[in-house]
Design a protein around this ligand. Structure first.
Ligand SMILES: Cc1cc2nc3c(=O)[nH]c(=O)nc-3n(C[C@H](O)[C@H](O)[C@H](O)COP(=O)(O)OP(=O)(O)OC[C@H]3O[C@@H](n4cnc5c(N)ncnc54)[C@H](O)[C@@H]3O)c2cc1C
Length: 385
């Protein structure tokens, strides 16, 4: 087992719950990955276990309420079982946490949303589009909302809509027709004109069901425009996005566990005893361990800083750093795990080849490395002005 970051009795209890789920998901992960199938059963179990409503604060009826540190701890463990499932539910849990933290939308919508989630509803945002790419780059959505009387008419196509097969509500980011403004529209999955096109066919995170969302003249109420994208909102740091590095480090831990067990047990007839006695293997294990621990300490300490600070406005660069270090370390750890195991790691039946494919996706989740590095450089220049 890797070094524990559990600090409280509550974390211990929730960790036990998530470990049971992760172990079950681990048994199914290869099957879902190979078929490129969405793991419906995992989501059923996440719902019935209460996991999907964990980030609803206690004052809104949630049983636990999660700190960012708790979220990172649980998501990292879940990803050890199945990276795709962890990333998917991470969007929902994180976005929910952020909604209540920042008191986004209006009070009425937020309270209504809490009730839905407590009854098992799942939410994610659809921001990415084929032409605008990652919304973090600042492109204007081609999905548009047009006002007709007191209704909104929404049309467009969103790509990468993770968890599409089980979403109940989707936060669609759209341009307001005839203006320069962009807003978030809350769309019920079952509304007429909302369809999912099953386009998700990647080599990585195959079980996330990140299909295209197609919106054809979807009629929405006035108050379904839940938030305008203001310059103030855009610069607010997003602590909740640490569910992403937590997921990729979880995948790396699974790879590390596999490789260390292998090195302990595999004993070719050219040596006496297992390969862990070979200096080069032990060295690679040590290097893997150092990288993993370093990344985990950065991630957990920044999550903890977020939880402790009242003014979080300056935390953006550090949050980006946590993601940058975690995702790149995760890629490197999986690579080292495969070197330890050798050519067997390439066999289709070996989980390492899935981890190898899955960790790559971290590079293409926000924030992207070049943006983090640019932010850190700006910070350094500003400090010396
Ligand atoms: C597994 C997975 C799950 C995801 N889930 C969701 C989800 O639930 N909801 C959602 O909305 N999105 C989701 N995404 C999408 C993700 O957030 C990105 O929007 C998506 O991966 C596209 O990013 P990109 O950098 O590849 O694309 P692009 O933005 O098209 O960029 C492609 C390349 O062009 C360059 N580039 C483009 N524009 C610029 C620029 N302005 N400045 C500098 N360089 C630029 C970059 O080098 C980049 O590598 C998911 C992605 C993955 C991989």
């Amino acid at each position: 087992m890797p070094i524990s970051f559990i600090k409280t009795e509550k974390q211990e209890r929730l960790y036990k719950l998530v470990s049971e789920l992760a172990d079950k998901f681990n048994e199914r992960a290869a099957k879902y990955d190979e078929a490129g199938e969405f793991p419906l059963l995992n989501f059923e179990e996440l719902r019935t276990s209460g996991y999907t409503s964990l980030s609803i604060p206690k004052e809104h009826g949630g049983e636990e309420g999660l700190s960012l540190y708790d979220l990172v701890l649980l998501q990292e463990r879940l990803a050890q079982g199945d990276g795709s499932t962890a990333l998917s539910i991470g969007w929902h849990l994180g976005a929910t946490m952020d909604l209540f933290d920042k008191k986004r939308w209006n009070d009425e919508k937020r309270l209504w949303y809490a009730k839905q989630v407590l009854q098992g509803a799942l939410f994610n945002r659809a921001a990415t589009e084929p032409q605008t790419g990652s919304p973090t780059r600042g492109g204007k959505p081609q999905t548009t909302a047009k006002k007709e009387g007191n209704k909104w008419i929404l049309s467009g196509r969103k790509t990468f809509t993770t968890m599409a097969p089980v979403l109940d509500y989707i936060g669609v980011i759209a341009s307001i027709d005839g203006t320069d403004q962009v807003g978030e529209f809350l769309v019920e999955r079952t509304k007429p004109g909302v369809t999912i096109e099953e386009t998700w066919d990647t080599i990585s995170m195959r079980g996330t069901g990140s299909h295209d969302l197609v919106l054809s003249n979807v009629v929405l109420e006035e108050d379904d425009l839940v938030e305008m994208s203001t310059p103030e909102l855009k610069v607010q740091p997003n602590g909740w996005l640490l569910h992403i590095p937590a997921c990729y480090l979880g995948i790396a831990i699974a790879a590390r566990n596999y490789a260390v067990t292998f090195a302990n047990e595999y004993s070719p007839n050219s040596i006496i005893g297992p390969i862990k006695t070979i200096p080069n293997v032990a060295r690679t294990v040590g290097e893997m361990e150092a990288e993993l621990l370093q990344a985990r300490h950065v991630l957990y300490s920044i999550a903890d800083k977020w939880d402790r600070l009242d003014d979080r406005s300056q935390l953006g660069p550090e949050l980006g750093l946590a993601k940058y270090i975690a995702t790149n370390s995760a890629i490197s750890v999986v690579d080292k795990a495969m070197r330890i195991v050798g050519a067997r790691s390439l066999q289709k039946s070996n989980p390492l080849q899935r981890y190898y494919r899955d960790v790559r996706a971290g590079l293409h989740n926000p924030p992207m490395d070049d943006m983090t590095i640019a932010k850190l450089a700006n910070l350094a220049f500003k400090e010396m002005e």
